[in-house]
Design a binder for this molecule. Structure first.
Ligand SMILES: [Zn+2]
Ligand SMILES: [Zn+2]
Length: 353
């Protein structure tokens, strides 16, 4: 089979012919349909996100079809997990060790021994991949493969929105800083929850997309000498929550300044500079909270999968291009080019339906 494998920062990615993987105990063999490229794939290419070994098949945002299940083989009867051969599934790529306190508390994203598909073990940018059957969520027929692949990044977005602690608030106002790939998912889920979202970005293209996806207002923060004042004007005052998908000192400061007292800034973007603390009087007397969000828990995946299955949210922008696996280099270049970048780029596998 063909697989897009990362050979190190110097050698980059190549399309290699490799054997179809054999499932281990408790694992299913999957025929991959669609994989979404992700900002963290670019971080792997430039060396900012280390992988455990090379070469490694990239790809962790996966929609696939179950080809073979553990023990039951090809029998079509239901396994304990409710997954059957032929099901189209979302693959949760975070495989915890299963033994530590974080795994026991259903927070495998924090497991020190976790192995993530496409980072610590072979991922989905290939015709076939393997994953634990407990990490598969069947999605009903009729849902686009692109929507299913997006469940992964939307899990992080869901986690960030949950952490704002705004359950019970009536149509709260949210500032979204950074309306790129992950920001698009935050926006889609926030709109589906009835939140009023005001999006900031430095790219007009991203802001136009945010308006199409339901943002109440948008702001190009590079074009305003005082983005905080402009945001307050736009939102009609301080906001109930901020999700920062950028994570720079300037965006964190902007987000904290934009909040009502007692509210939360969720940071999901991993910036390249050290964050600075703000003046204590500004921060403590207003009882602000900062939530650093890494990935998602099974709860987030369950909530997003249900929303996708019920079609109550649309995660993939219609403008996201689909590129076949044999054009992986062109796809990575398109995704990396900030000026041309669509929110997401989807890779389709040969023979996938
Ligand atoms: Zn990702
Ligand atoms: Zn663990």
């Amino acid at each position: 089979m063909w697989a897009a494998r990362f050979h190190g920062v110097d050698r980059g990615v190549s399309l290699d012919e490799v054997p179809v993987p054999s499932p281990g105990a408790g694992e299913a063999l999957l025929r991959v349909h669609v994989v979404a490229l992700c900002g963290s794939d670019l971080h792997i290419l430039n060396g900012h996100t280390p992988v455990s070994h090379q070469p490694i098949t990239l790809g962790h945002e996966i929609c696939a079809e179950v080809v073979e299940l553990p023990e039951q083989g090809n029998r079509r009867d239901a396994s304990d997990t409710g997954v059957r051969v032929g099901d189209r599934v979302f693959v949760n790529p975070i495989v915890g060790c299963g033994a530590c306190e974080h795994c026991e508390l259903a927070e495998p994203n924090l497991c020190p021994g976790k192995r993530i598909l496409g980072i610590h073990r072979d991922g989905g940018l290939a015709e076939f991949c393997v994953a634990p059957v407990t990490h598969l969520t069947p999605i009903p027929p009729g849902i686009a493969a692109a929507e299913i692949a997006m469940i992964e990044s939307a899990g992080t977005a869901n986690h960030a929105l949950r952490s704002l602690g705004l359950d019970g608030h009536d149509h709260p106002t949210i500032a979204l800083i950074g309306a790129g790939g992950l920001g698009s998912q935050v926006l889609a889920l926030a709109v589906a929850r009835g939140m009023r979202v005001f999006a900031l970005d430095t790219q007009d293209q991203a802001l136009a997309r945010a308006r199409r996806a339901g943002a109440r207002g948008t702001l190009n923060s590079a074009q305003h000498p005082d983005p905080l004042a402009a945001l307050r004007d736009l939102a009609g005052g301080p906001v109930d929550g901020v999700v920062d998908c950028v994570g720079f000192p300037s965006t964190v400061e902007l987000g904290l300044s934009a909040l009502k007292p007692g509210r939360t800034l969720s940071i999901v973007g991993i910036g390249s500079e050290a964050l600075q603390t703000t003046a204590p009087a500004h921060f403590i007397r207003r009882s602000l909270r900062i939530a650093a969000i890494y990935a998602y828990t099974p709860l987030d995946i369950g909530e997003v999968s249900q929303a996708v299955a019920a079609r109550s949210v649309a995660l993939s922008d219609p403008g996201n291009p689909c590129v076949p696996l044999d054009q992986i280099h062109a796809a990575l270049a398109l995704f990396a080019d900030k000026r041309r970048a669509p929110a997401r780029v989807l890779i389709t596998m040969p023979g996938a339906r």
